[in-house]
Design a protein around this ligand. Structure first.
Ligand SMILES: Nc1ncnc2c1ncn2[C@@H]1O[C@H](COP(=O)(O)OP(=O)(O)OP(=O)(O)O)[C@@H](O)[C@H]1O
Ligand SMILES: [Zn+2]
Length: 725
């Protein structure tokens, strides 16, 4: 029996296939999605994997058990061939349509009546056996009825698995039950089968709950929107058909159907579904709205800024689904374990049945029975199921609180964070500084100096330039033409006005231009010690004037930093701003260390140098810290609703700009790890105990199935607990 065939069927997911992988993937490969309605347990995954892996022209298999979707990378034109191969597995495989990826098909319906009747029959068989003190035709009849009522599908699946030389748990159960019948344990065989089926059903139901967490998110955006038509009428139309720029109206109490920008009206909007923040946010003309949020107090009119499939909510859902498909480290460990556990126990069971009777004059019946008990506990399913359920529940809980985790691995790694590097502007501060001081240095014509600065600053959207532009625009003087404009990273900006070159930039720039003086430095440091950022207007050889801007620290920052420290995470601020300002802001919010004067590549280097001291996180708004964010073990993007790419590129996207979410994320990660380990220890512990008991002849099959399924349910429910965090 091959390696792939002999697992319990709970094999792993996205690992690429070794041998055919390099034989043409990329060039001539296609990728198809298959919807597989009856694939809801890792058992089926193993079966499909074993069937498709050896096939020439299959490059990759990507299982999404939550959505019941299989993505196959294959040579062109193989779709039908794949379907033909899957057909005998009886799993309802078909080529997926777009609606399949949006809505997972409902789980197969359970026949509770039949199962209930089977349970009664099994019980009756047990009672009759006990009353009569042994087997009779009545006991057998009742037992067979129970197995027929409760176990036919197990037998069917087991048979398909065995035919494909796959020892999954259906196969093991079928062998165990048949064996028990053969050696005359009729009532017990019946009971084992019924209990197994019952547990399977409950397990499937709990997986459905994890699945539904995502579907509930989708239901947040209403299906219709009230849109202004070309004839001037308002009409309710399907939200999916509304195009960019359309005008939409939303009444108080209604949910918002599409992302947009308010054009008319005032209202408080509850954005909890997106940001996790349940305090309503006031909206007026110019503010952005997100599909799925609730318009609470007033009527609003808005212009659509993203079609339905492009809405932030849709992108969140997509990201969570992808995240669920990826495997966390614990899951890989568990899958590895499952790989050898089942075949090992199978071999032990075989040895138990054969060796003592053959060589040590043991009683055949007794040792076969012990072997059958071993078979019942040979499946590591409790373990294999509990891990994804726990991770998926954790991901769902985080999403509900406005934190988008892009993979189980980050959820698991979060608790290992030792350092968190933070960007200053926009992360710790509001990122909307204002000019607090203005002074002429060598300039004399104040109006002219201001006009020059305004004209330059106007061209840049850096927060510091914006502050200068806003400050000067108030005076209303017309701007001058700027030529050869350029941004000098980490320094400022440059442009030519009326044939002369001017700079607006920081101390570093002034030094580089060799126009600094001791007197100027005194002024600079005074302002910088107050936490202000200073930029200067410079012509070819003199500093004309200076502007000091100050940014305010977010109220949430201080508390968040405090929480992080309590969790044992050290904090480091990285900023392009000067060291004095950096120190002043760091002191204000209680950050451990601050580093100023950093260019984007310096930030990257600093994050790099922290690596090796435990896991390093970096949080920023992704504008000039993208390289550092990418380098960190976990890159957190802030205010992910504001930037186009943050949701897709960050490892963890915080949907609003509250730093406190990072502490919550770490706590969630810890709880997740706790539950994962609880589950692993529970599952393995119970297995170990039963292995010993079964071997010693102290365990009955009845007890084994009860313990095994009990453990599965226990760990699954333990995992689902996270959903309520
Ligand atoms: N376009 C610009 N206009 C004005 N000043 C600028 C400009 N670009 C850079 N500077 C100056 O250079 C400094 C560093 O800029 P940089 O963009 O690297 O960091 P930052 O975004 O201000 O801070 P952080 O790194 O905390 O986000 C700024 O504080 C500012 O003084
Ligand atoms: Zn200087």
């Amino acid at each position: 029996m091959g390696k792939q065939d002999s697992t319990c069927g709970c094999g792993s997911s996205t690992e690429p296939l070794q041998q055919p992988l390099d034989s043409g993937a990329g060039k001539d490969s296609e990728s198809s999605l298959f919807s597989i309605t009856k694939m809801d347990c890792p058992t089926e995954e193993g079966l499909i994997r074993a069937k498709l892996t050896p096939l020439e022209g299959i490059y990759s298999l990507d299982f999404n058990l939550v959505q019941r979707i299989l993505r196959v990378g294959h040579a062109p034109g193989m779709q039908q061939q794949i379907l033909d191969i899957l057909a005998p597995l009886d799993l309802d495989a078909r080529v997926a349509s777009p609606s399949d990826t949006e809505n997972a098909p409902p789980a197969t319906k359970a026949n509770w009546w039949l199962l209930g009747a089977a349970g009664l029959a099994a019980l009756a068989s047990e009672v009759v056996f006990w009353l009569q003190g042994g087997n009779s035709w009545l006991v057998m009849l009742l037992a067979l009825a129970a197995i027929a009522g409760g176990g036919l599908s197990t037998y069917k699946k087991g048979w398909i698995a065995l035919k494909n030389r796959n020892l999954n748990m259906n196969a093991l159960m079928s062998i165990a039950v048949t064996g028990a019948l053969l050696i005359g344990h009729w009532p017990e065989a019946a009971m084992v089968m019924v209990l197994f089926t019952l547990a399977e059903l409950i397990e499937a139901k709990s997986l459905d709950r994890a699945r539904n967490a995502i579907r509930e998110l989708m239901d947040l955006a209403p299906e219709t929107a009230t849109v202004l038509q070309s004839d001037g009428q308002w009409r309710e139309v399907n939200a999916k058909t509304v195009s960019l720029g359309a005008k939409v109206r939303v009444r108080p109490g209604e949910r918002i159907a599409l992302d947009g920008e308010v054009i008319k009206g005032n209202s408080a909007v509850n954005q909890a579904p997106i940001t996790g923040e349940s305090l309503p946010v006031d909206k007026e003309a110019g503010d952005s709205l997100f599909a799925g949020s609730i318009n609470e107090s007033g009527a609003l009119e808005y212009r659509v800024t993203a079609v339905a499939s492009d809405a932030v909510l849709a992108r969140i859902i997509h990201a969570v689904e992808e995240a669920q498909g990826s495997r966390a480290p614990t899951q890989r460990f568990v899958d590895q374990f499952a790989h050898w556990y089942t075949p090992l126990v199978f071999v032990v069971a075989l040895a138990t049945a054969l060796i003592p009777p053959l060589f040590f004059s043991g009683a055949w019946m007794e040792w076969i029975y012990r072997a059958l008990v071993l078979l019942v506990i040979a499946c590591p399913c409790a373990l294999v199921i509990a891990t994804p359920v726990t991770i998926v529940s954790g991901l769902a809980a985080a999403t509900r609180h406005g934190t988008l985790i892009k993979g189980g691995a980050y959820l698991e790694e979060g608790r290992r964070l030792r350092w968190l590097a933070l960007d200053k502007t926009g992360t710790i501060t509001h990122g909307a500084p204002q000019v607090t001081d203005f002074a002429l240095i060598t300039g004399t014509d104040e109006a002219r100096v201001k006009r020059l600065a305004a004209s330059l600053a106007h061209r840049s959207d850096h927060p510091v330039s914006k502050a200068v532009a806003d400050f000067l625009n108030a005076s209303g003087a017309p701007l001058l033409e700027v030529e050869a404009f350029e941004a000098l990273a980490g320094r400022g900006i440059r442009g030519e006005i009326e044939g002369t070159g001017y700079y607006l930039g920081n101390h570093r720039l002034v030094e580089e231009l060799r126009v600094c003086s001791e007197e100027l430095e005194d002024r600079l440091s005074k302002l910088e010690y107050q936490g202000k950022t200073v930029v200067m207007l410079v012509d070819a050889n003199r500093v004309l004037a200076l502007f000091a801007v100050a940014d305010t620290v977010k109220e949430s920052s201080r508390k968040a930093i405090d929480e992080l420290h309590q969790l044992g995470v050290k904090t480091l601020m990285l900023t392009g701003d000067n060291q004095h300002t950096a120190d002043a802001i760091a002191k204000e919010v209680g950050i451990d260390r601050a580093m100023g004067n950093l260019l984007p590549e310096d930030k990257l280097r600093e994050v790099d140098s922290l690596a090796g001291h435990g896991r390093v996180g970096m949080v920023g708004d992704g504008i000039n810290d993208a390289p550092a964010l990418a380098r960190a073990d976990i890159g957190f993007a802030m205010g992910a609703t504001g930037t186009d790419t943050a949701i897709e590129t960050a490892d963890v996207a915080l949907m609003d700009d509250n730093l406190g979410k990072i502490a919550s994320f770490i706590r969630l990660s810890r709880t997740t790890a706790h539950i994962l380990w609880q589950n692993i220890i529970l599952a393995l512990g119970i297995k170990a105990i039963f292995l010993a008991l079964a071997f010693a002849g102290e365990a009955t099959m009845w007890m084994a199935v009860f313990a095994d399924m009990g453990t599965s349910l226990l760990v699954v429910f333990n995992g689902l607990r996270l959903m309520r965090k």
